[in-house]
Design a protein around this ligand. Structure first.
Ligand SMILES: Nc1ncnc2c1ncn2[C@@H]1O[C@H](COP(=O)(O)OP(=O)(O)O)[C@@H](O)[C@H]1O
Ligand SMILES: [Mg+2]
Length: 449
């Protein structure tokens, strides 16, 4: 069968790489792909933008694509799944209506509140009904969010109420375009974040391996927020007890609630969680797609055939499949371009990809392009170097050995990806019995949503 992956970032390189390993797959098309997907065997780039739904539909028909997997949120929010399904094509992702869970934070917060799913206390406002007196009566720190899609830049953690007021005014004045026409102001939560990603088929869910992402640009979680500077899997902060709570208190009522509200959810569902100091999980946000960079380390650990899992979801039979995981940890370090996350410079020549390819692990491409036989930077996040190892510290060592092979002008990356998990490993070493409560991502069966 032929598979089409829509998108051109690191997540889509990992999806294409994984699907191309399936013995069932004859060819993987990627639209538009990048210089990394271009060099994978059995993978072919097609120069169509991820949001050009009519041309993607035409491509899928012409090439007799049996399964399309959507990477980024923009085409999902634009209704690509509805368009493909309307044309009788199999396409894995949520409908336009269900994708509002990511497209509108105000919608998502109202949904969570209506269904009694734990999330930070909040109010949402438009320019018209904005209540500055209410904001002035709150306590700092407080979080101000542009409701719409803002490419990971629309959230301000305000340390004072005047900073929060300024952020709200900034959003209403059009700093994030339409994304800031509505805003959410919510309570600041303490704790440690984790990414909890599942596959859903409308009713059943199959949890994928847990992961943790690093949002800030610099070591020690300093500097501005980014699309993500690295990730690893599994995330030991999600113990088996917390895993069970997330499934019971968050994922199951979400899938049930969406079906109840007339927008059953099929696709990858990503819950961004805050795990409180007492282990209580709370929803920070939903994304309607696989995470980037979480996809890269998670798929590096997936032993099962991803195309079979997606097809089971499209057949509403996720309860009949299971996901097998490599018991090792995987850790991905993002290499970003000069200027990221602000004004990104493109066109820098990337050296060392060949020597990295001879080492264990895998370098996934994101913002890369082939120009006259050379691979050059062409986006904010350029590469993601993934290592594997028995422990997160081993996976980290392998990932940085790959990073050390690679060079381009202005290359930016963090040196401390995985530090929270590695601190736990060191603490476990210091404890005589170690700690057996960490969730190892054994085989997960599909469960009822
Ligand atoms: N209520 C909150 N309390 C504490 N930190 C938060 C809260 N909401 C968001 N954050 C921080 O801001 C980051 C971005 O917020 P999120 O809601 O995930 O929006 P987006 O990913 O669309 O930018 C989160 O990863 C988290 O670090
Ligand atoms: Mg987020």
């Amino acid at each position: 069968m032929k598979v089409l992956i829509v998108g051109g970032g690191g997540r889509e390189h990992a999806l294409a790489w994984k699907c191309a390993q399936s013995p069932r797959v004859s060819e993987v098309l990627v639209a538009p792909g990048n210089a990394g997907t271009d060099t994978e065997s059995r993978v072919r780039n097609v120069d169509i933008a991820a949001t050009d739904v009519p041309r993607l539909l035409e491509l899928a028909r012409r090439e007799a694509v049996a399964l399309t997997i959507i990477g980024p949120e923009a085409p999902l929010v634009a209704g690509i799944v509805d368009a493909f399904q309307g044309a009788g094509l199999r396409c894995f992702g949520p409908s336009r209506l269900a994708a509002r869970l990511e497209a509108s934070k105000a919608f998502s917060k109202d949904f969570l509140q209506r269904h009694g799913i734990p999330t930070a206390a909040y109010r949402s406002f438009t320019r018209e009904n904005y209540d500055r007196a209410w904001l002035r009566a709150q306590r700092a720190p407080i979080v101000v969010k542009a409701s719409g899609l803002a490419a990971g830049k629309g959230v301000i953690i305000a340390q004072s109420l005047s900073e929060a007021e300024a952020a709200a005014a900034d959003m209403f004045s059009g700093r994030f375009g339409d994304a800031g026409a509505e805003i959410v102001i919510e309570q600041f939560l303490q704790g440690e974040e984790a990414s909890f990603i599942v596959m859903a088929d409308g009713e059943q869910v199959l949890p994928l391996a847990t992961s943790q992402d690093h949002k800030r640009l610099q070591d020690g979680d300093a500097g501005p927020n980014t699309g993500g500077m690295g990730a690893y899997s599994p995330a030991p902060v999600v113990t088996s007890a917390i895993h069970a709570r997330v499934m019971r208190e968050i994922i199951a009522p979400t899938i049930r609630g969406l079906a109840h509200d007339g927008m059953p959810y099929t696709g990858f569902l990503y819950a961004g969680l805050m795990i409180g100091p007492d282990g209580t999980p709370t929803v920070l946000e939903f994304n309607c797609r696989f995470g980037d960079p979480e996809t890269q380390p998670i798929l590096a650990r997936l032993r099962s055939d991803l195309t079979s899992l997606c097809e089971a979801a499209l057949d509403a039979s996720l309860d009949r499949v299971e996901a097998q995981w490599d018991q090792r940890a995987a850790l991905g370090v993002v290499l970003a371009a000069a200027g990221y996350p602000d004004a990104v410079r493109s066109g820098d020549s990337i050296e060392g990809l060949e020597s990295a390819a001879r080492r264990p692990g895998k370098v996934f491409h994101a913002g890369t392009r082939r120009v006259a036989g050379r691979v050059v930077t062409s986006g904010g996040r350029v590469l993601c170097a993934v290592g594997l190892g028995d422990r997160v510290s081993d996976a980290q060592r392998e990932a940085y050995a790959l990073v050390d092979c690679i060079h381009y002008e202005g290359m930016q990356f963090r040196r401390d990806i995985g530090y929270q998990a590695i601190a736990r490993e060191l603490a476990d070493d210091a404890t005589p019995q170690g700690d057996a409560t960490h969730h190892g991502d054994a085989t997960h069966h599909g469960g009822h949503g």
